[in-house]
Design a protein around this ligand. Sequence first.
Ligand SMILES: NC(=O)c1ccc[n+]([C@@H]2O[C@H](COP(=O)([O-])OP(=O)(O)OC[C@H]3O[C@@H](n4cnc5c(N)ncnc54)[C@H](OP(=O)(O)O)[C@@H]3O)[C@@H](O)[C@H]2O)c1
Length: 234
Amino acid sequence: METIDISGKWALVTGASRGVGRQISLGLARAGCNVVLHSRLLESTATLAAELHELGVQTHQVAAELSDAAELTSMLESLLQSGPEIDILYNNAAIMTPYRQDWLNIPDEDYQRSFQVNVIALSRICHAFIPGMKSRKWGRIVNVTSGIQDQPELIAYSISKGAVDKFTTDTSGHLAEHGVLMNTLDPGWLRTDLGGPNAPGDVTSVLPGALIPVLTETTHGQLFRAQDYANAQE
Ligand SMILES: NC(=O)c1ccc[n+]([C@@H]2O[C@H](COP(=O)([O-])OP(=O)(O)OC[C@H]3O[C@@H](n4cnc5c(N)ncnc54)[C@H](OP(=O)(O)O)[C@@H]3O)[C@@H](O)[C@H]2O)c1
């Protein structure tokens, strides 16, 4: 498959400290892309930053609790004022809500918190970096969604990912003519802190699929399933 050259570009990966975001950051770095690493604490991405430097790329570390609007504002302002120009955005960070056996009694806070982190923060991060991508006539935004279904016990998480899908399809049409392609990515059910120990997939199987929406000239508003590319020959 022919891929585009992203060496020297800058990507922001939210939730880069572990799990899927860590793999995406490593994959981008192996393609020569510099990476802004986000998590809640700067020290949580320190080891990864060192690994990326070993791969010959630059990094920048940022921290924000995404349910805290003021922390998110401060992180975005600081990146926009003094950070690198972001060409590629992976909105990967998310929280899973507690498994509610009593699924007819989902507490309001499950919806509030999952929407704060998984939807509202994601939309604010997109809106912060879209103007720069549009002015440079190139950008890739990958919003990480989920294939979860038929689990009302996790409905607040599931609906938040449905909102990510709708955000992406409704927004992407306004961006494509400016060279900015926004798509969604389903990583598959993977053994991470969020996916849990019973997931069938190793987290490394998210590559190379997670990079396909960025490395190939693609359409917009589409769902990419990372597992469709697992074990693919390079
Ligand atoms: N794993 C799966 O089976 C699976 C399946 C479908 C979709 N997904 C999606 O894939 C993405 C990554 O999931 P994962 O399994 O890699 O999760 P994970 O291992 O739990 O990692 C979550 C990442 O997000 C960050 N994060 C969590 N809560 C945050 C908050 N409130 N504010 C800021 N950052 C926060 C964490 O940073 P800290 O280190 O600071 O906590 C961490 O870097 C998510 O969007 C998830 O919905 C995962």
